[in-house]
Design a protein around this ligand. Structure first.
Ligand SMILES: Cc1cc2nc3c(=O)[nH]c(=O)nc-3n(C[C@H](O)[C@H](O)[C@H](O)COP(=O)(O)O)c2cc1C
Length: 385
């Protein structure tokens, strides 16, 4: 499978326009997901299960810790095939109350040397009502489908009041729709850098009001918040404390990065992006350090008060394990799968079991946050002596 993707499919895909490839792959995924037989064949080829990877989080049983991050399946057409490929969960969307045709092209570009994608979609999606009409929920109760909700991308919805109102309207709509209530979790996206009015929801007072409103609508259903990558520690701390107050179940760390002087970029590649005047923000390896540092800081500060889902630059089992040891209970990815192929999911899960065993752990929960639990033990011992 690895050979097929890296030597045959990827060289062809990477010669074609990335958005065109994504649309074709989505169509193929919808087709393959429609039939029991194709789903069973794909499962047999790709999926890897092991009891050491199963976890219970916010009352949900996760069969493995690897999820698909928001943005790959923005109209939520692929849950059936995503489950078959071996993911444990996925965030569909980001979906907005009203539809959006997407920012002007190019909306997607590859930076192979930087192992990154330039993303400028701006919440391209069909709008909540149409997305709900067509969504199919997988039969497997242990595969968790969540929906990421953001504010409609429009110059009329870019002030804080407008964004809060638009998001609350989406949550009302979800709770009034028979399919809207079936998602395992609801993900609030406060961190998309590609939309009108980006960043306004990351204001403590606004976030507080928004979370209060959402909790009033959804009660104690499982709620995740998707966080920005490039944020000062003090600011992050204040926002996470607000999430804890509103019993947010998990924080997803983190979204795309904006800054183009990030040392993780290949300089020649970034020069070309700038010369071509491409707008947008970046996924993959340039997100990794921001994500990893935030995971550590949030875990150190908040421990078990809020779960962490680590995302950004996961291309291997080692990358996923690093996030877990820093404090993430689950991980998500997109770019790794685009660069390495769909067999990556099974190979991360298999690799995680090996890495856990090599470190003497019987279960993933023993490794979560171990770096910082060790720090705590050292400082306690120092105090005793
Ligand atoms: C093509 C693309 C579209 C994305 N769209 C969204 C989105 O709509 N909502 C969101 O929360 N994150 C979005 N993201 C960010 C990803 O969910 C993820 O946080 C980021 O890409 C880092 O993970 P990765 O390095 O595994 O790709 C998008 C990423 C990509 C590559």
């Amino acid at each position: 499978m690895n050979y097929l993707y890296s030597h045959i499919l990827k060289p062809v895909f990477f010669k074609l326009d990335p958005e065109f490839v994504h649309e074709r792959v989505t169509k193929l995924g919808v087709f393959l997901g429609r039939w029991k037989l194709t789903r069973a064949i794909i499962r047999a080829l790709f999926r890897y299960s092991h009891p050491a990877l199963e976890q219970e989080l916010s009352g949900l049983h996760f069969k493995n810790p690897v999820g698909l991050s928001a943005g790959f399946d923005y109209n939520i057409q692929l849950p059936l095939i995503i489950e078959s490929v071996g993911f444990g969960f996925m965030s569909g969307g980001t979906v907005t109350f009203s539809s959006y045709e997407g920012n002007p092209k190019p909306r997607l570009a590859r930076l192979p040397k930087s192992r990154s994608l330039l993303v400028n979609k701006g919440f391209k999606n069909l709008g909540l009502e149409r997305v709900l009409e067509q969504v199919d929920f997988p039969e497997d109760k242990d595969f968790h489908l969540g929906i990421s909700i953001g504010a409609t991308n429009s110059p009329f919805v870019c002030d804080p009041e407008g964004q809060v109102e638009d998001i609350l309207k989406s949550f009302h709509f979800l709770m009034g729709h028979p399919k809207g209530k079936r998602f395992s979790y609801y993900e609030l996206n406060i961190s998309c850098p590609n939309v009108a009015g980006s960043g306004v929801l990351a204001d403590p007072e606004i976030l507080n009001r928004l979370l209060q409103g959402i909790r009033e609508i959804i009660g104690n259903r499982v709620l995740f918040v998707k966080f920005q990558a490039e944020i000062e520690l003090g600011e992050a701390r204040e926002l996470v404390a607000i999430m804890v107050r509103h019993s947010v179940d998990a924080i997803i760390v983190a979204n795309l990065v904006k800054k183009r002087d990030n040392p993780a970029f290949d300089r020649e590649e970034m020069k070309l992006v700038n010369e071509r005047g491409w707008k947008g923000n970046f996924s993959g390896k340039p997100v990794e350090k921001f994500s990893n540092d935030l995971i550590s800081n949030i875990y150190r500060e908040f421990g078990d008060q809020i779960k962490i889902i680590g995302v950004g630059g996961v291309f291997s089992a080692e990358d996923a394990y690093e996030k877990i040891k820093r404090g993430a209970s689950l991980v998500q990815l997109i770019t790794g799968m685009i660069f390495e192929g769909p067999q990556l999911i099974g190979s991360i899960n298999k690799g995680l079991v090996k890495l856990l065993k090599a470190d003497g752990y019987e279960h993933i929960s023993e490794a979560v946050g171990v770096y910082h639990r060790e720090e705590e033990d050292i400082s306690k011992n120092q105090k005793v002596h």
